[in-house]
Design a protein around this ligand. Structure first.
Ligand SMILES: [Zn+2]
Length: 165
């Protein structure tokens, strides 16, 4: 016999960036700055991500595209690779994302792709802490307390080694 399950996701939506908490607003500014460093000649979709580490350091990443499409990397994964490689003992408390095209910042807030959600989930597993997500648009934002809302029923290390820590 089956049992119906319902998964709710909870997040805060903002109609103006000025309504964000100061730290979140600052992180969105850093993500916007990072989007200016994107290498996106193929899509023209320039994405920036900014991570706030527990120490207060801000780590930025941008998407880096490649003529061999799968070789490119998203801004979120670029930022996480940067953070883990350079500050392995620190840990992310928040990540902000912003994207722009030739027309300016996207009107709607942008959300991480599936691969980036999986990588953010792994980083939460590695550090044992949730990462606050601040998704931004031109003058809108969504704040989510951790990746489990964006990646329910996620695959993680428990599936590889059931019963082991
Ligand atoms: Zn991605």
């Amino acid at each position: 016999m089956s049992e119906k399950r319902i998964i709710h996701i909870k997040f805060s939506e903002f109609r103006s960036l000025s309504e964000l908490e100061k730290d979140d607003n600052e992180l969105v500014s850093a993500a916007r700055e990072a989007s200016g460093k994107a290498y996106a000649p193929y899509s023209g979709f320039m994405v920036g991500a900014a991570i706030r580490l527990n120490s207060g350091k801000i780590i930025m990443g941008a998407n880096v595209e490649n003529a061999a499409f799968p070789s490119g990397i998203c801004a979120e994964r670029s930022a996480i690779s940067n953070s883990v490689s350079n500050y392995p003992d620190d840990y992310p408390v928040a990540i902000a994302v912003a994207a722009r095209t030739a027309d300016g910042f996207t009107e709607d807030y942008v959300s991480p792709c599936g691969s980036c959600r999986q990588v953010i989930a792994e980083e939460e597993t590695r550090t044992g802490r949730e990462i606050r997500l601040i998704l931004s648009g031109r003058d809108t934002a969504a704040v989510i307390s951790g990746i489990s809302s964006l990646l329910p029923l996620q695959f993680n290390k428990q599936h590889l080694r059931p019963g082991r820590p």
